[in-house]
Design a protein around this ligand. Sequence first.
Ligand code: FRU
Length: 480
Amino acid sequence: MTTALTKDLDHLRALVENQADPGRYAQRFHLMPPVGWLNDPNGLCQFKGTYHAFFQYSPFDAEGGVKMWGHSESRDMVAWDYVGTPLYPDQPFDVSGVYSGCAYVEDDVMNVFYTGNVKRLESDDYDYVNEGREANTIRTTSTDGRTFERRHVVLDNKDYPADDTEHVRDPKVWREGDKYYMVQGARREDDHGEVLVFASPDMEKWELVNRITTEYPFGYMWECPDYFEVPDLMLEGETAKVLSVSPQGLEGGDWDRRNVYQSGYFVLRGDVRRKYRLQPFALWDAGFDFYAPQTFQAQDGRRILIGWMGMPDEKTYVNPTVEDGWQHCFTLPREVTVRYGRVCQWPVRELERYRTNLREGKGELVARDAPAFDLVLDGFPEHLNFAYVKLAGQLAITWGSGVLELRFLDESKDGVGAGRRVRYEHLNGLRNVRIVGDASSVEVFVNDGELTFSTRYYPQEYGVTVDAPGAHVRMWDLVR
Ligand code: FRU
């Protein structure tokens, strides 16, 4: 139903988009908002050949606001075109935000599920955890991918477990056999994050069939869950079952040197609908800017993951693009594969079509003025002690003593890292590194993508310097 509010929001959104000027840090190969704020990837799918990515969008303020779904399309997942904002928070069941959700494609219909967020304002006493909030699960469908049919509630708070708080959200749907399944993230009253699993014969009537969590508390809330299975490329007949979550509230030990919130996965043994066992949690990405990823299956069978290259509630750095009226972008879409039980991520192969101007070096390479580049280091000598890549004179990516580190040499707010400092992880060895740079981002893929680091950065001048004795170094410019 279109309301007066829909019309005004649509009109005002178009006005601010038409005035937008994203400036020098506008990304070339990463999906970014036309104006304002972007967070989670939503509704990722390939529909009738075209790739669709929706995003949590607040066009009116680069620092956030009420959320709607922006929409971009692509033929190759690399060049994205913004095509509009199909879902506004204009219904009684989603007035405080069209929150995150998914698209499930079947029979030429795009089925979209999202959380209709409602924050009631009538009492000052609401804590919005146990009271004052509605988390409505909404379904709608589309046959053209751009316009949506009647939105309606398929689940609401009374359908969720009584010992959950009112934080339940972010539906992700798939099909197995003749049933549909949905995972949602939740916060239990005892501050345990968990995943709820629902089943349905028809995508309308949903029934809770399982609750998945760790034996010991692992954060108070799990956002944006996803579940999928990937065949092991190396072990014939083996399939990894992957449960992805974005936990909030991890503290102590190594968590204290990492991001405020995390995104990672458990390999699940058993059955997601019944008896299960979770293997240890692994991070999707150990960089500064990565959260709330979502996956989808491309029509050729590839499992593709896209993350939000941002971090909620981050207090230690501010992206300078706020001055240009926008903030945040997505990561590159990544192919998720499994090799000998290890989950790997690698930029979609389509990116390689944009490579040009190959430069090669043995152990070293220096390049200037390449804002968008693809750099590959491999063929390392057997016992590599040291490798060093410096970007824009200020971001040092180093390997030594079993540690892979990203460090901004100037830690100040006006440095290239805008206040970011250091992230590192331990590794058993270094086989290869791929670094993809764009106007304001760097993504590092280590050891065929077993570990990745993503960060935004804001160079005054672009440049790449490599010092990695014995390594084979290749670098391409990426040009659109
Ligand atoms: C994750 C998240 C989701 C929610 C959305 C709101 O970043 O908090 O849980 O649906 O963002 O924008």
